[in-house]
Design a protein around this ligand. Structure first.
Ligand code: AHR
Length: 504
């Protein structure tokens, strides 16, 4: 009898489980909300673990180019579409004295890095790193030391990188083999100074006063540079106060304020993890409000944008010195969710940097001398390669769920983008549901679609990882038929899908 009931139960339930949920999406290329800045597809290299030494730089490797940088890392960075690279930290930046890293290598000091406990040999310094950055095609973005550093150090670094010869530091650059200015445009005013873990941690007033004086002389040295203030990284209850103070002091000098965020699934709750970027989006909206408040107060014409210059999943390797996180498909979905947040808020988020590029909480790893891509590489690559143009306000109707403090989370997280140069529409969809596919009618509200749609999917088992021998998770592509006014698609459970459509 019991067995009979079990069979009956299974028979009744299985088709129901297999039934996909239903959803609707409407795309309208006239509903443009902001231009997507390609700088949102940035990355970050810190002197930490095997990111610089053994990651980007490994002169003994057969992969090394003439400058000691790994060609496979350079190529994978280009293939990833990295638009801007932040350096030298992170926490490392708050104790870094850049003059240690210039001139003859044999004379450069070895120092203990108090952020991560490693010995810094200074083999890679400003000239070397800028060579790497240029080789990848990414814009360099230097974060100055506002922890243990001085005003002069920051200003002199700008002079070293950007002034024409004829001044003390620019002549030093020429002497070191680079007469032409590097023209480094993006400069960060310190890293996470709001955090107790930072060397030279300060309260908002002290940071703002110091950053203001630094910003002034950096800009007086080169007024074409763009400055990024160190915004919130520490989401305690009153975190917006930090950003408000910083914006009030620095508004005349800064072009961006930064935000940082890392996600974790320590609770091992899939649906809660899939909702984590709700917090990220809130922090953007709150910071946008603060920017508006300050711009209104000072009657400002100049915009101030958000640079989300550190984000990723990071928890398994949190207390491990090298931060070598091994990612799975579930983490790749969270990365796609971050990117959807940045695209959806493209009007205000004008830069974002995944932390970090290689080996350290990274999309690519070098193991046994071989480079391989982690699952998180693929959504970032799809966004960077295809999502340029205008963000579109997108109508989405689907079932929602509650998970802990997160309420009414739609199972589908969707953005759509119109590339007016190629006349392509790109639809990015994360299906957050753990077990159910979602059968979706996608309607075109303006003009006509033509031809077939190219569908790229990042999908597999949630806990699938890659390694140096096997790529379980990667992008798969297929073509499907569309009509002029729409298409139907079943988004598989726990998947990221990008659909590229052509306008007639
Ligand atoms: O990316 C790792 C660390 O996370 C960075 O050094 C720091 O800025 C953040 O806390």
């Amino acid at each position: 009898m019991k067995k009979f009931h079990l069979v009956l139960f299974t028979l009744l339930c299985t088709p129901a489980l297999a039934q996909p949920l239903k959803a609707r999406i409407k795309i309208d290329i006239e509903r443009q909300t902001g231009s997507i800045d390609k700088l949102i597809y940035g990355n970050f290299t810190e002197h930490l673990g095997r990111c610089i030494y053994g990651g980007i730089y490994d002169p003994k490797s057969p992969e090394a180019n003439a400058d000691g940088f790994r060609k496979d890392v350079v190529d994978a960075t280009k293939n990833l579409g990295v638009s801007i690279l932040r350096w030298p930290g992170g926490n490392f930046a708050s104790g870094y004295h850049w003059e240690d890293g210039i001139g003859p290598r044999e004379k450069r000091p070895h120092r203990k890095d108090l952020a991560w406990g490693d010995i810094e040999t200074n083999e890679v310094g400003t000239d070397e790193w800028l060579k790497f950055s240029r080789a990848t095609g990414a814009e360099p973005y230097i974060c100055v030391n506002l922890g243990t550093g001085t005003l002069d150090e920051a200003k002199n670094w700008v002079e070293y990188c950007n002034s024409k010869t004829g001044l003390y530091y620019s002549d030093l650059r020429a002497k070191n083999g680079h007469p032409e200015p590097y023209k480094v445009k993006y400069w960060g005013l310190g890293n996470e100074i709001d955090g107790w873990w930072q060397m030279g941690h300060k309260n908002a007033e002290d940071y703002s006063k110091f950053a203001l004086e630094t910003a002034k002389i950096m800009k007086w040295s080169d007024d074409s540079i763009k400055l990024i203030a160190s915004g919130t990284s520490n989401y305690t209850q009153d975190w917006p106060d930090w950003n408000r103070t910083v914006l009030n002091y620095l508004h005349d000098y800064i072009d961006y304020i930064s935000l940082h965020h890392y996600s974790n699934n320590r609770e091992k709750d899939h649906h809660k993890f899939m909702a984590v970027t709700t917090r990220v989006e809130n922090s953007i909206k709150i910071t946008e409000g603060l920017i508006n408040e300050v711009r209104n107060k000072y009657k400002m014409q100049k915009p101030i944008y958000i640079a989300f210059d550190e984000y990723n999943v990071w928890y398994r390797a949190f207390n491990e010195q090298k931060l070598e996180e091994h990612y799975n498909l579930q983490d790749a979905l969270v990365v796609a969710l971050y990117l959807n947040v940045f695209v959806r808020n493209a009007h205000i988020v004008k830069m974002a940097n995944m932390a970090q590029l290689v080996n350290v909480i990274a999309p690519m790893m070098v193991t046994n001398g071989k480079l391989w891509a982690q699952p998180i590489y693929y959504p970032l690559q799809l966004f960077a390669q295809n999502c340029v143009g205008k963000n579109l306000q997108t109508f989405v109707q689907c079932e929602r769920y509650d998970a802990g403090d997160y309420k009414q989370i739609p199972y589908l997280d969707v953005t759509s983008v119109y590339n007016d140069k190629t006349q392509e529409v790109i639809v990015n969809v994360v299906n957050r549901h753990k077990d159910k596919g979602i059968e979706t009618a996608i309607a075109n509200e303006f003009g006509k679609w033509t031809g077939t749609a190219q569908v790229s999917e990042v999908y597999g088992n949630l806990d699938d990882e890659n390694n140096d021998k096997e790529q379980k998770i990667k992008t798969t592509t297929k073509e499907i038929n569309v009509t002029e006014l729409g298409m139907n698609y079943v988004f598989p459970p726990h998947s990221f899908t990008q659909i590229k459509l052509k306008m007639k």
